[in-house]
Design a protein around this ligand. Structure first.
Ligand code: VG1
Ligand code: CO
Length: 543
């Protein structure tokens, strides 16, 4: 074997977004594209020499080829060892766990997460730091800076590494350890949750449907839910990962997980339904006839987490992304614990978790997690729900309405307008920004603006500042609209409009959210001119 040093030139557009670098798969397959970015990761973190990394992905198209390239590049850059999930697979939370547990120098995760996969869809590469979390902005900006000056990359000239056989092998001077992707993760779940109680729940006839959406959580869910906890065979649906996720869109929300939603709203609904996304870090929770919004799920979990052994001593604090509803804030207030609001993206939770300031975190985009890893964790959320259901003996619907009765309900919905013309979308946000100072006191659709601003965040741990993280409009009755542009899309721009209204009266807590939010939805269009500026009559996705 020989180390080849290839000359290259910087490629535009290698700036990591909300969660790593995401592009069309074919872009990643263009000459030098992947290689430039991977070399820039190594250059951006001060080299790979003597380091140990974790490598794995969600199994989407090109995962296998990219893994081989990255192994050869790690070896050529002097890495001591790479720990790889069998066949190049690891869910994002499992990768985070292995990075931490094995005391490594970080990891590379191959995924575009909830984006579709396949030769004509999306691929992504993300670097996680030694704490197991997505690289913070300080690190991603060093990586991005490296992509702008890159002149060469190093790669070993060698054949493919056998990633099928568990165990160790050598790639030139570098050790490659192929591990079972599920084992360590399952062991961690056993520590956190009362598996006996969940086993008894299933033994007592409790039924469940878990939709893995043809993505990475299939093998995890089968092993843990069916093999270990005794859920009936067939509980896990679409459980065999496929490179294009069965042609579907592996985003667990009522639109893309329609099959599961129809089942849960129909006459043959099992007691509990759940789904996860491409890389296994998102979750959707549905009871019989009851969809639980991710914001409500976070609040219920925060209120009830002490019922699981891993959280029996209570929570140090909670954190949510700013666009997530304030439902969890009310729980934190009642419990007398801290509550933080961060910009969108899991990387902003890392410092709070590391510093022990927050135990539970969540995002309205179906991400929930805790200090057990440094990523959001789909199956973890499902197991925490199961643990709570087992401990209380209540149904999802009862838990939710009791929660609302106690804390009030934050009606919530997100409207996404996808693949917009990027200029039009940018203009829309700019237009809002210009109006901000004039909005106070303005009346729209019977609502009066109390204040409006653009969110910026100062990290309480390291003082780093993130600006321009979303436009917020608050109304006097407590309602809120947030507008922001997605940082994970790969075509044009996606506008996300987050809508929220608080209702304390138990008699009015069971409306259809779209109806309950109707004035807020109308106000969102009035203020931003969404229809006019985008030419769209309706959002592509309503969560
Ligand atoms: C979206 C979500 C955000 C989430 C991110 C990554 O980002 O809004 O909450 O952390 O995806 O999730 P954006 O910038 O498109 O709004 V995943 O499961 O795709 O890693
Ligand atoms: Co994901």
């Amino acid at each position: 074997t020989r180390i080849a040093i290839h000359d290259t030139t910087p490629i535009d557009g290698q700036k990591p977004g909300t969660s790593g670098l995401r592009k069309k798969t074919r872009t990643f397959m263009e000459p030098h594209f992947l290689e430039n970015f991977v070399q820039s990761i190594f250059d951006g973190i001060g080299g790979a020499d003597g380091k140990t990394f974790v490598l794995g992905g969600d199994g989407r198209y090109f995962n296998d080829r990219a893994a081989q390239v990255i192994l050869r590049m790690a070896a050529a850059n002097g890495a001591a060892k790479v720990i790889v999930g069998q066949n190049g697979l690891l869910s994002t939370p499992a990768a985070s766990h292995v990075i931490r547990k094995r005391g490594t120098d970080g990891g590379i995760i191959l995924s575009a997460s909830h984006n579709p996969g396949g030769p004509d869809e999306d691929f992504g590469v993300k670097f996680n730091t030694p704490n197991g979390g997505p690289a913070p902005e300080e690190v991603t900006s060093r990586i991005h800076a490296a992509t702008k000056v890159i002149q060469r990359y190093k790669i070993l000239e060698a054949g493919d590494v056998d990633l099928e056989t568990i165990g160790e092998s050598r790639l030139d001077g570098m050790l490659v350890e192929v591990i079972d992707p599920v084992e360590d993760y399952a062991a961690l779940m056993r520590e956190l949750f009362d598996f006996d109680a969940i086993r008894d729940l299933f033994k007592g006839g409790f039924t469940m449907a878990f939709d893995a959406m043809h993505a990475i959580t299939g093998p995890y869910a089968r092993r843990i839910l069916e093999d270990e906890l005794g859920a009936a065979p067939g509980t896990v649906r679409n459980g065999t990962p496929s490179p294009d996720f069965g042609g579907g869109h592996p985003d667990p929300n009522p639109v893309w997980a329609k099959e599961l939603m129809d089942l849960m709203m129909g006459p043959d609904a099992p007691d509990f339904g759940a789904a996860s996304d491409g890389d296994g870090d998102r979750n959707m929770i549905v009871g019989k006839g009851t969809y639980v919004t991710p914001s409500d799920s976070l609040a219920v979990l925060a209120a009830q987490a002490h019922l699981a052994p891993g959280y029996a001593n209570g929570l140090a604090g909670v954190a949510r992304s700013m666009p997530t509803s304030a439902a969890v804030d009310r729980v934190a207030e009642a419990k007398g614990i801290a509550c933080f609001a961060t910009p969108t993206g899991w990387k902003f939770f890392g410092n709070l978790l590391d510093a022990g300031m927050a135990t539970l975190c969540g995002e309205e985009s179906a991400g929930t997690g805790s200090n057990h890893v440094r990523e959001k964790d789909g199956l973890w959320a499902v197991l925490l729900w199961l643990n709570i259901l087992a401990a209380t003996g209540k149904s999802v619907a009862d838990l939710l309405s009791e929660h609302w009765k106690e804390y009030g309900r934050n009606y919530y919905s997100r409207h996404d307008y996808e693949a917009l013309d990027a200029v039009a979308a940018g203009d829309l946000v700019d237009g809002l920004r210009e109006q901000l100072s004039a909005l106070e006191g303005v009346e729209v659709e019977g609502l009066t603006v109390s204040d409006a601003d653009e969110f910026s965040y100062t990290d309480p741990v390291d003082g780093s500042v993130a600006n321009a993280q979303g436009i917020r409009v608050h109304f006097e009755d407590g309602s809120r609209i947030v507008y922001r542009l997605s940082g994970t899309g790969t075509v044009g721009a996606t506008l996300r409009v987050y809508l929220e209204r608080y209702e304390s009266d138990p008699a009015k807590q069971h409306l259809d959210p779209q109806e309950a939010l109707a004035p807020v939805i109308a106000a969102a269009d009035d203020l931003a001119g969404i229809r006019d500026r985008t030419g769209r009559d309706a959002p592509d996705v309503r969560t």
